[in-house]
Design a protein around this ligand. Structure first.
Ligand code: PMM
Length: 266
């Protein structure tokens, strides 16, 4: 049986996230959306309290924790598998205490030197994304000799550092960080060569959903959901372990087609 990638449904609890405009800032509204994504087939809900869209400025840690706490608490109580999207070790510690399963760190441990020790020795899986700097400066850091090779090399450095800090290799995932210090052409090259990231041997999470490089397929973020679902299928075929998406229904349907295609005649 072909096994589809896990589907992480995005729950941004921020007033300024570029793709869903902060519609989920109120806890009840956020929880309702999370439940709808679970009903649509999400395996994991990825909760984030700080926007990382290009140009975004940092918020303080207390604001981040205040935003995510009621949401994470309720979801965990409801038995939902939760991923916490944070670059901060104190927010990660709160999430771990509340029972999250994944710490999704877009900075790969670079934004907060206490991150690896916060996760080490816990039951959480740590997702190290490729990152070069804060959102307000990252577009100026998009220079590479060969983007895929450089991303792989830089991810390996983070993996080594995470392991040296005590995170077990069985609890490590990687993500090439589409759109983070990358031009549209960089993103497409990484996708064309995603097998090089998969070959690292760690589960790969991919976050293409609604991003600006998909603008040729839709002016508004929502209009990029077909392109996103198509990438989910191609990612499945390339051995990617999980996709992080806003429109869960579209990706789950596309991945169901992929599974049937793969299993036909098997
Ligand atoms: N992208 C965003 C936020 N978190 N996490 C991972 N692991 N990978 C990503 O590509 C990623 C992420 C930015 O997108 P959003 O503002 O639509 O959530």
């Amino acid at each position: 049986m072909a096994k589809r990638p896990l589907v992480f449904g995005v729950l941004n609890v921020t007033p300024d996230s570029f793709s869903d405009g902060g519609s989920w800032e109120k806890p009840e509204v956020a929880l309702e959306h999370a439940r709808a994504m679970m009903a649509a087939g999400a395996d994991v809900i990825d909760v984030g309290g700080e926007s990382t869209r290009p140009g975004a400025e940092r918020i303080d840690s207390a604001t981040e924790r205040r935003r995510i706490e009621p949401i994470v608490r309720s979801l965990v109580e409801d038995g939902v598998i939760v991923s916490l999207d944070t670059m901060r070790s104190d927010t990660a510690r709160l999430g771990i205490d509340l029972g999250v399963t994944y710490i999704n760190d877009v900075s790969g441990g670079l934004a907060d030197e206490g991150m690896f020790t916060a996760v080490a020795g816990t039951d959480c899986t740590y997702i190290a994304m490729h990152w070069r700097g804060e959102s307000d400066i990252m577009d100026g850091l998009a220079t590479y000799d060969n983007v895929t090779a450089d991303v792989v090399t830089e991810l390996l450095v983070r993996i080594d550092a995470a392991q040296a800090a005590g995170i077990d290799s069985t609890r490590l995932w990687v993500d090439p960080g589409l759109g983070f210090a990358k031009t549209a052409e960089h993103n497409w090259q990484i996708l064309r060569e995603i097998d090089q990231v998969v070959a690292l041997g760690f589960p790969v999470l991919l976050g293409a959903s609604r991003k600006k490089f998909l603008a040729p397929y839709g002016e508004s973020p929502e209009e990029r959901d077909e392109a996103t679902a198509t990438i989910s299928v191609l990612a499945a075929d390339a051995g990617v372990s999980a996709v992080r998406v806003h429109n869960v229904e579209a990706t789950v349907a596309a991945l169901s087609v992929w599974e049937n295609w793969k299993d036909a005649g098997a």
